[in-house]
Design a protein around this ligand. Structure first.
Ligand code: ADP
Ligand code: MG
Length: 214
């Protein structure tokens, strides 16, 4: 049987309560395997980030369950700014490895390798406030590449990139997923990103439709 990395069973997520409650997800069922290569599409506000955060274990469903039987590391590229302001780029990328108990020299070496793969080695000594939005996105991708995730969840990782860097980031995520034998899900509303992935899930007002092959 194929290993499951994450499974949503009847998952709903409502923000707030009473008359102002927002139902961001309606009874979603889905599963991710190591071979999954999913483009999570849908217009802004359709629930992509909500689903991604639930799959990552960063949020709890209002009803239903999210199972992560694989217990492997999950690498998340966040949609918004996620680098810690007082740390330089190399320190930001090394931090998760240090928090996981890695030796400082190893963490620094892996961080340098990941920054170089992501084409941003020259930014190593910069502070987050000195980066453009696109540079910060590529550093956030490098931070995931420095680890050994079994599941990579990337939330609009190319939203602020030009065509060349957009294609490079998608290639990098696909290569990393292949090397690590990790599942990959990329939330995007860019059809040019989705076209690079074999599976397509479409969120529509909190409901998920799997449309299979692109
Ligand atoms: P997407 O990533 O597809 O743009 P989101 O998952 O961010 O969609 O949002 C889905 C819906 O939930 C939207 O209506 C959004 O306004 C709402 N929402 C998201 N996060 C919150 C929150 N923390 N509090 C209240 N409403 C939220
Ligand atoms: Mg979003």
């Amino acid at each position: 049987m194929t290993e499951e990395l994450a499974r949503c069973v009847g998952v709903s997520r409502t923000y707030g309560s009473g008359p102002t409650a927002v139902v961001a997800l309606h009874t979603v069922d889905c599963v991710l395997h190591p071979a999954s290569r999913v483009a999570l599409m849908g217009r802004s506000g359709s629930g992509k980030s909500t689903l991604l955060h639930l799959l990552a274990g960063l949020d709890e469903p209002t009803t239903g369950v999210v199972r992560r039987p694989g217990r492997g590391e999950i690498g998340v590229v966040f949609q918004g700014p996620s680098l810690l302001a007082p740390l330089d780029v190399a320190e930001n990328v090394a931090l998760p490895l240090l928090l996981a108990g890695g030796r400082p020299a190893d963490a620094a070496e892996r961080a340098a390798g990941a920054l170089s793969r992501a084409g941003v080695a020259d930014l190593a000594g910069k502070l987050p406030e000195e980066l453009s939005g696109g540079q910060a996105q590529r550093v956030a991708v490098a931070r995931v590449l420095a680890g050994t995730p079994r599941l990579i969840l990337a939330d609009e990782p190319t939203g602020q990139l030009d065509a060349e860097h957009r294609d490079a980031v998608v290639t990098l995520l696909l290569e990393a997923a292949a090397e690590l034998r990790a599942g990959l899900l990329i939330a995007t509303h860019d059809a040019r990103v989705a076209d690079r992935l074999p599976q397509r899930w479409v969120m529509d007002d909190g409901r998920l439709r799997e449309v299979g092959q692109a």
